[in-house]
Design a protein around this ligand. Structure first.
Ligand SMILES: Nc1ncnc2c1ncn2[C@@H]1O[C@H](COP(=O)(O)OP(=O)(O)OP(=O)(O)O)[C@@H](O)[C@H]1O
Ligand SMILES: [Mg+2]
Length: 473
């Protein structure tokens, strides 16, 4: 039993009214390094099980008070339920059958040999350990392949519809655009998993991570001795590895122009050549490319091939920044809390109203990835119970890029009133408008705290704040 690894000692409960039996079993099992508790009645046994679960329960059927058979179900509480081994002095067939029917895993007749007891415990613990490992692995696999694009906002629904459309055309090239951390890779995985190619591989390559020659060898593979340092027997490239599936080319905007030309050729010919090779190999892959750059602008600036741009741009999926789908923040936050809490083995029950308000009002320049990181931070810091504001990381507001930049346009004084108050009320109104009534962001721009801003809204009667989550997208 020493070779079994359990989180903590395996726990065994012995329910028997004969002290000799209880103590004999306790000594035998404790010598094997197990945690053993005993109970003289079924009621006492149930009380112990209810306070903390056990792995194995030895249960005598003939007990004073409630009999063992009727309490068997209640002794199997816990996840996973305990393995109950029935001890019986008069092993009538009826008793045994009834005990097994109620979920007992084995029946041992008294008087018992210690070998038999140890063999039963060993088998039970081994099976439980295998089951634990299996559940753990299944959870990890589910996480790794979890391609759930969480969100109910109109903006994310549009993305989901688009994914379904392109999934039905399994050979069409797709371009996924959006700021960093919006979920472009997740979208690419969703496209793969919902397409007819889902039984094939999904292979991802970050085009920014490799030099041009390495990237070429990585994509197309190479023939033996194609270049110095090449493996003797040559190597398959990702076009070959991803055959039958999807090849995800991340950060395509970073690809060098010469390689862009080679990729264009594959998209046109639907075949490729290994580096140093002369044979055309059919390319049975769907390309999903992604970028956080404005490829059209790069084309205009002469930094991205126009012909490749049009080849990639057959179907696009644009993933909007998180601030344009703020209605999804509560759902995403709970999704990550559940996911990360489970990974950490912590039972966190949710977010306080204040912490959720802070999450909803922040601008998330790092998008969904930043939100996930914030929830992970909170999960580490929060001991248990609810995530409160103090558990959240300090948000610095982050600098916003591209489409999110706020228009600093002039405030034109309306009407005759030239007072400072009139100017202030119109400035506050404009900033609130520009930030779609995001109070934290507006307060940061105005250089005042949120309470002061709420006061000004009240004093200047600037109207009601829209309901949380109803931000216009
Ligand atoms: N709608 C969503 N539902 C659930 N998880 C999401 C969602 N969007 C993004 N994520 C998660 O956020 C993280 C960042 O997403 P992803 O890596 O797909 O972003 P990206 O756009 O590819 O970022 P980058 O441009 O920086 O590579 C991942 O952990 C991803 O699983
Ligand atoms: Mg990515």
């Amino acid at each position: 039993m020493k070779n079994l690894s359990f989180p903590g000692l395996p726990r065994v409960l012995i329910v028997d009214d004969e002290e000799g039996v209880r103590e004999g079993l306790r000594g035998m099992l404790q010598r094997e390094g197990l945690h053993v508790e005993t109970a003289g009645s079924a009621e006492d046994g149930v009380r112990r099980v209810e306070s903390r679960g056990f792995d194995v329960v030895f249960l005598d059927l003939n007990l004073p008070g409630a009999d063992g058979l009727s309490m068997l179900g209640r002794l199997r509480r816990g996840t996973p339920p305990a393995d109950v081994v029935v001890l019986t002095g008069y092993g009538t067939v009826a008793n045994t059958v009834e005990a097994m029917r109620k979920g007992a895993c084995d029946v041992i007749e008294k008087p018992f040999a210690s070998d038999r007891i140890l063999a039963v415990v060993r088998r039970s613990l081994e099976t439980r350990q295998l089951k634990n490992e299996l559940t753990w692995l299944q959870d990890r696999v589910r996480e790794l392949t979890s391609t759930e694009l969480v969100g109910l906002s109109p903006a994310i629904r549009e993305v989901q519809t688009r994914i379904d459309q392109v999934a039905h055309a399994p050979d069409t090239t797709v371009l996924v655009t959006g700021q960093s951390g919006t979920g472009k890779e997740l979208v690419a995985r969703c496209i793969h998993e919902r397409s007819a190619r889902r039984h094939g591989p999904f292979v991802a390559l970050n085009c920014a991570a490799l030099t041009e020659s390495l990237l070429e060898a990585e994509l197309f593979g190479y023939e033996p001795g194609a270049f110095t340092g090449a493996q003797k027997e040559g190597k398959d490239g990702l076009f070959a590895v991803a055959s039958g599936g999807t090849l995800f080319l991340d950060e395509i905007g970073e690809m060098e122009p010469t390689l862009q030309a080679k990729l264009l050729r594959v998209l046109q010919e639907r075949s490729f050549r290994r580096v140093g090779g002369v044979q055309d190999i059919p390319a049975d892959v769907r390309i999903v490319a992604s970028t956080n750059r404005d490829l059209r602008q790069m084309v205009q600036a002469g930094r991205f091939r126009e012909d490749l741009f049009y080849r990639l741009n057959v179907m696009t999926v644009h993933v909007p920044p998180l601030c344009q789908r703020a209605a999804d923040i509560p759902l995403l936050s709970h999704f990550f809390l559940d996911q990360i809490g489970r990974q950490m083995g912590k039972a966190l029950s949710g977010f306080t109203e204040e912490s959720m308000e802070t999450l909803c009002e922040y601008t998330w320049p790092g998008n969904v990835r930043e939100l996930r990181n914030a929830v992970e931070h909170a999960c580490i810091v929060c001991p248990n119970g609810m995530i409160d504001e103090i558990h959240l990381p300090k948000f610095t507001g982050g600098s916003l890029d591209g489409s999110d930049r706020i228009d600093r346009g002039a405030v034109v004084l309306q009407g005759e009133d030239r007072s400072i108050k009139a100017l202030e009320s119109q400035l506050v109104a404009k900033v609130l408008d520009d930030t779609q009534w995001n109070i934290s962001r507006a307060a940061a721009i105005l250089g005042i705290n949120r309470t002061t801003l709420y006061n000004k809204i009240r004093v200047y009667e600037l109207g009601k704040r829209p309901l949380r989550g109803k931000v216009v997208v």
